[in-house]
Write a protein that binds this ligand. Structure first.
Ligand code: SIN
Ligand code: MN
Length: 224
């Protein structure tokens, strides 16, 4: 499906970025500082309408990161398991809509990848504190894996890891920076991935959305 993924630019020190698995597109520095600030403004509005909360695993253990959502559906987890829900678990309000500049970014990238008809109905907002991280996982709570995952990084750098189709597969470490966009699509859609750590103090932008937080990640999906 679609066109070839972009080849990331050389790193600042001239080093070659690693070859990525099929179905992974990494748009380094996709967003200008002004665009990053625009999306952080949107994050402030989302957090006001849908305050951050901490999902729990089935055994009741809270996840490390706080989260919230925008879009018709939002990812949630508690003792009943992982699922998508249409209302904020604490306020009962519907999730705020996906901001138009985030949809526009997603549309532009889908055009470039030659993927038609993608209409995300869910966007997870992951809020990383200085100690934030996300265990290795697959995104598999969505109905149709033919639709991509689009992930937008804002704030501090993060050590993202990209694995294979089994939890035991070797992982490729990638340092994601503010303004980077990663797409998992086609064969890449169900790859294991996670965030090993964030690097507080490395954000190229300062913004009220990042008060008390190191990094914000938006992940767009088609849940149903
Ligand atoms: C995710 O897998 O949900 C988020 C990844 C990231 O924060 O970069
Ligand atoms: Mn994920």
């Amino acid at each position: 499906m679609g066109k070839a993924a972009p080849q990331p630019d050389l790193f600042a020190d001239g080093a070659q970025p690693p070859p990525l698995p099929e179905g992974v597109a990494w748009y380094r520095g996709r967003l200008s500082k002004a665009e990053q600030i625009g999306l952080l403004d949107d994050a402030v509005a989302i957090l006001q309408a849908a305050p951050l909360f901490r999902p729990r695993m089935r055994n009741g253990t809270p996840l490390i990161n706080k989260m919230t959502n925008c879009g018709a559906l939002g990812w949630y987890s508690d003792e009943k398991g992982y699922r998508y829900i249409a209302q904020h678990p604490e306020t009962g309000a519907p999730w705020p809509p996906i901001p138009s500049r985030l949809s526009a970014l997603c549309d532009a990238i889908m055009d470039e990848l030659g993927i038609a008809g993608y209409a995300p109905d869910a966007c997870l907002v992951n809020a990383y504190g200085a100690e934030g991280r996300l265990n290795l996982h697959q995104d598999h709570d969505e109905v149709d894996f033919r639709w991509p995952i689009v992930s937008v990084s804002l704030g501090a750098d993060a050590l993202f890891v990209l694995g294979g189709y089994s939890r035991k597969d070797k992982v490729l470490p990638i340092r994601l920076c503010s303004g980077d966009v990663v797409v998992l699509y086609g064969k890449g859609r169900t790859l294991f991935h996670g965030v090993k750590k964030v690097f507080p103090g490395t954000s190229p932008v300062s913004h009220p959305a990042l008060n008390g937080l190191a990094r914000i990640n938006f992940t767009l999906r088609r849940a149903r």
